[in-house]
Design a protein around this ligand. Structure first.
Ligand SMILES: Nc1ncnc2c1ncn2[C@@H]1O[C@H](COP(=O)(O)OP(=O)(O)OP(=O)(O)O)[C@@H](O)[C@H]1O
Length: 389
């Protein structure tokens, strides 16, 4: 969708901001450009909508050389979101959102209806916020309006330059989550500039790590974190990159442990015998409908022979869908002070799949690092384990 071919930008004072850059962003892909200040990220982005012209090389949008397209027409196909949102202070939020639709000559009613739809999509109630002026919004809400405005005319491409840079970390994380949800619906081709590696790995399908006008590594976040291409990249992503990987590594069914499973209505004595035979200290308890109820310890099952599992089990409401990140799993275990977290298949009626334990989480992380280094799938990786650990 966006293709850079040997693009160089040298400013009039001789600064080479971008040096012989070649890369490709596929349709519907979100690529984050990350790197320290002054390494050429913004210059790269502004060349796509021709706010800056390259010194040499070509940029193709959907196969078309952008120098052949009138800049105004070009920009209608490209949504642009920047840190200083740039809303018109004397126009309402609804009118701000409809800006591009007005420019495109849409009838007023259609433009406003579209703007209201977009505000809703970014989590702002048009009835509440639409009539306000930008200064009557919080920083996070203004950023949402910026995103809504950029999406209003439904451009295939979005350029986002540190869009969440000016808000505090909590709001920022919320905006990132909302944006991921939005992107899963609208599937735009996105170039997203940030200097924050956490943000880059969280949002990007792939990330381009910049150093001095060149791309030092361009790959999936897990690969960049697991196998940095150069010492520069390793240094940039940080010594705690294994920890960062937790947030981009999904739980897979193969990571899970399968403890014994008993039902609420099962008799306690046979359930106790089963646990003893399997050498298990506890079992997962499902309800009549096969949904997760909680757990029961072997000890409580053997105390007195009568009754059902239900009399002795304890509730455990916390669970995660398969595909959630290892970081969410770890965080959930800490939050519930539990040595395991149940993993369900939320696409198939919350079917119980197994549990993730700290040891299994560690294995999953190691396996994913190995898999990325070898270009294999995680399930194919055999781990060498230290016995007894
Ligand atoms: N108009 C200009 N004239 C001369 N040099 C410029 C101009 N604009 C940018 N530069 C230089 O080009 C280099 C790349 O700038 P650019 O803004 O692309 O970096 P960046 O990675 O986006 O940085 P930041 O994260 O700080 O925004 C920097 O050295 C900058 O000083």
């Amino acid at each position: 969708m966006i293709r850079f071919e040997h693009v160089t930008k040298r400013y009039a004072d001789g600064t080479t901001a971008v040096d012989d850059l070649s890369f490709h962003v596929a349709e519907g892909e979100l690529v984050t450009l990350v790197g320290p200040s002054g390494c050429g990220k913004t210059t790269t982005m502004k060349m796509v909508n021709r706010l800056i012209e390259p010194t040499s090389g070509r940029i193709l949008l959907d196969g078309e050389d952008i120098t052949a397209v009138d800049p105004v027409r070009l920009r209608r196909r490209i949504g642009y979101v920047i840190q200083q949102v740039g809303l018109f202070p004397h126009r309402t939020v609804l009118d701000n959102t409809a800006t591009v639709c007005h420019l495109l000559g849409w009838p007023r009613k259609k433009a406003r209806a579209r703007a209201a739809e977009l505000l809703d999509l970014v989590g702002l109630d048009p009835a509440v916020h639409g009539g306000r002026y930008p200064e009557q919004l919080s920083g996070g809400q203004r950023q949402r309006v910026g995103v809504a405005r950029a999406l209003a005319a439904d451009p295939p491409v979005l350029l986002m330059d540190e869009p969440f840079g000016a808000v505090d970390p909590v709001v920022r994380e919320r905006l990132q989550n909302e944006f991921l949800r939005l992107q899963s619906q609208v599937r735009k081709t996105v170039l997203f500039v940030t200097h924050d590696i956490e943000e880059a790995v969280r949002l990007g399908d792939r990330i381009a790590v910049y150093g001095e006008g060149r791309i030092a590594q361009f790959d999936a976040p897990t690969v960049v974190l697991g196998a940095p291409a150069t010492p520069y990249v390793a240094d940039f992503v940080g010594a705690d990159r294994a920890l960062k990987r937790l947030s981009v590594t999904p739980i897979e069914p193969g990571d899970l442990e399968a403890p014994p499973v008993v039902r609420l209505e099962d008799r306690a004595a046979p359930a106790a015998a089963r646990l003893a035979a399997e050498g298990a200290r506890w079992a997962v308890v499902l309800d009549d409908a096969g949904r997760l109820h909680g757990w029961v310890s072997a000890e409580s099952l053997t105390a007195g022979a009568d009754g059902t599992v239900g009399d002795r089990s304890r509730r455990m409401d916390a669970w995660l869908p398969v595909g959630a990140s290892l970081k969410q799993a770890f965080s959930s275990m800490l939050q519930h002070d539990a040595g395991w977290i149940a993993v369900l298949d939320s696409e198939h009626g919350d079917r119980f799949l197994g549990v993730l334990t700290p040891a299994r989480l560690h294995e999953a992380l190691r396996r994913s690092i190995d898999a990325d280094a070898r270009g294999a799938s995680r399930a194919e990786v055999e781990l060498e384990t230290v016995s007894g650990v």
